[in-house]
Design a binder for this molecule. Structure first.
Ligand code: ATP
Ligand code: MG
Ligand code: MG
Ligand code: MG
Length: 565
């Protein structure tokens, strides 16, 4: 690529809202341009990097036996009603209407669409297992889009969905995907950790998140020295040995509830409407996390709409409150005994006088009947919650916890039969009997990876790309080519030689002053730089420098070519 024919558009100034280094550097290097909040154009330069990530992801997915397809990003409401998610998904779902008043959403994820595809296409166990994937634009109306493409509203995701006759088969593919993810992030040159994640709201069997380690990460992850325990902090906190809790009020009746987990489960098990199930959500407000206890039929986005300033938690919740976790009736957070030093907050005052709710019992397979909304519903600051800190024993009891910050770049999840059941996706087994399929889903934030990689790989001069992600492996910087035919000729010759060897090289023939040219090439993060100057040509050498080294070396043509062998 001749940079004189490319669009290089580095800039000096970046807007003040570009808080983290990857956002600033992507803007300065001219990789992205903001169109609207959380919506970005990828420039030709940015796209080169995005495509590199995509390619590694695609190669490893193909290698792991997944098959690529492409589903629409606009999805009909009817599909989402089949799973109940048209309501439940909350404010992140961007709903749109067509001219005939048909309702659609811009896909934030594709479980519904792929399950619909599967129920039409897959008829026999002989077609299983199968793992479909796509690399496609998603839209989530994030409450606080920020950090550029790190938490965007429109972003690029690789999402895969596998279908199985049995849970064992789902588990096998899950492991294959887990390994493929580890290979992807290794090939991309990232420092990462896989951690256990919550399966709460979806209610599957197993889930892991892959985090790129970075201090700017929005997530906290806990891992143990002395054992292989690693989890995101929400999960580690939920499972941490409980702080002493007050005994439940005498009016509460403890009921064994094997296998009862979600609000829907509780409602069915006790034969009560969802409004009488108490659940807890974690909300990040101005002053940090708070836990809110609320009725089971509350939509998460309703919390935002509730008149929070009227409530005792006012100062905590003023402004934008972001819901970070919904815990269903998971033990550890829920109900009257979960939050010992809590301040009561009633989200819905009309319910204040009501009693006889059901809530989780802070232990698996247990619930309490007879909870009183006013007496028992609580909110607390995270400082009062059971907090996991450095040096705590790990929940598996075999090690000591360290806490690190991470950026979630991948997520694998065993969905079980949840979607296939709701949407009637079954195949005939060997005996000719219809069996509901098992599913797994596997996401990678392709565009987020670009930002995450910069968080890990930069210096004062700019980006320092891992080789696998660099827009070009090498740059040839030509000094004063217009006035020096020999220099121009030497640069052209080297350019041809490198291209002939299959090296992806950029020839910087823009005719910039050396300082400005070097600053651009460093900012853009190209791993290898070769300078062609009058002095070098006279001595028969090029000045070579690796982006991650401070010293340059004089190398002859053969030595330069040997670097790329
Ligand atoms: P987060 O916790 O960061 O909001 P998520 O758990 O909601 O992410 P998933 O539903 O697991 O996201 O989606 C799969 C992957 O898509 C995530 O692991 C992440 O890398 C990426 N992703 C999710 N939301 C965004 C976003 N707003 N901008 C960029 N990438 C995203
Ligand atoms: Mg999210
Ligand atoms: Mg997440
Ligand atoms: Mg996730």
């Amino acid at each position: 690529m001749r940079l004189s024919q490319f669009h290089i558009a580095t800039v000096k100034e970046v807007p003040a809202d570009a808080e983290i280094v990857s956002h600033r550097l992507m803007l300065r290097a001219g990789m992205i341009r903001k169109l609207a909040a959380g919506i970005y154009t990828w420039t030709p330069l940015g796209l080169r990097v995005l495509r590199r990530v995509e390619r590694v992801v695609r190669e490893e997915m193909d290698r792991a036996g997944a098959i690529e397809m492409l589903m629409p990003s606009i999805q009909p409401k009817e599909l989402w009603e089949e799973t109940g998610r048209w309501q439940k998904f909350g404010g992140q779902l961007l709903k749109i209407r067509d001219r005939k008043d048909g309702e659609f959403c811009y896909g934030p994820t594709h479980e519904e669409v792929v399950t619909d595809f599967a129920r039409n296409e897959l008829k026999s166990y002989r077609q299983l297992p199968v793992n479909f994937y796509q690399i496609q634009t998603k839209f989530r109306d994030e409450i606080r889009p920020r950090f550029g493409v790190m938490r965007a509203r429109e972003f690029l995701m690789k999402d895969a969905y596998s279908f199985h006759l049995t849970a064992e088969c789902m588990d096998r593919t899950y492991r294959v995907m887990y390994d493929a993810y580890a290979r992807i992030f290794t090939r991309l040159g990232l420092k990462f950790r896989a951690v256990q994640a919550d399966t709460g709201a979806i209610g599957g069997n197993a889930s892991h998140e892959f985090h790129v380690l970075a201090d700017s990460g929005e997530d906290a992850i806990a891992f143990a020295s002395g054992s292989d325990y690693a989890a995101n902090v929400e999960l580690a906190e939920a499972l941490a040995p409980a702080a002493p809790r007050p005994a439940p009020a005498a009016a509460l009746e403890r009921v064994p509830t094997p296998g009862v987990r979600t609000v829907e489960d509780v409602s069915a098990h006790f034969g009560i409407p969802a409004q009488r199930v108490l659940k807890t959500i974690l909300v990040r407000g101005r002053e940090g996390l708070v836990a809110l206890c609320l009725r089971g039929d509350h939509e998460l986005n309703e919390i935002k709409a509730a008149k929070l300033p009227e409530l005792p938690g006012e100062s905590v919740l003023a402004g934008e409150a972001e819901i970070v976790a919904a815990t269903g009736t998971r033990p550890g957070f829920i109900g009257p005994v979960g939050l010992p030093e809590a301040i009561p907050v009633i989200v819905d005052r009309s319910a204040a006088a009501l009693a006889d709710f059901v809530c989780g019992g802070n232990a698996d397979d247990t619930h309490y009947r007879g909870a009183n909304w006013e007496r028992d519903a609580r909110v607390t600051r995270v400082a009062d919650l059971r907090k996991v800190v450095e040096g705590d024993p790990s929940p598996d009891g075999r090690g000591t916890l360290s806490i690190a910050r991470g950026i979630e770049v991948g997520h694998v999840f065993q969905l079980g039969q949840k979607y296939a059941e709701a949407m009637g996706a079954s195949v005939l087994d060997e005996q000719g009997k219809a069996r509901v399929m098992y599913m797994g889903c596997y996401g990678i934030g392709v565009s987020r990876i670009v930002a995450a990689a910069i968080e890990q790989n930069h210096d004062d001069a700019g980006i320092v790309w891992p080789e696998a992600m660099a827009p070009w492996r090498a740059a040839i910087c030509v000094i004063n080519p217009k006035n020096d035919a020999k220099v121009a000729e030497a640069a052209e010759g080297l350019y041809r030689d490198l291209l002939a060897r299959g090296v992806d090289v950029a020839l910087d023939d823009r005719g910039l002053r050396p300082g400005a040219m070097f600053a651009d090439i460093e900012l853009i993060g190209i791993p290898h730089r070769v300078v062609v100057s009058e002095r070098g040509v006279a001595a028969g050498t090029f000045e070579y420098r690796r982006r991650d080294e401070s010293e340059s070396r004089a190398l002859d043509r053969a030595a330069v070519l040997a670097l790329f062998e």
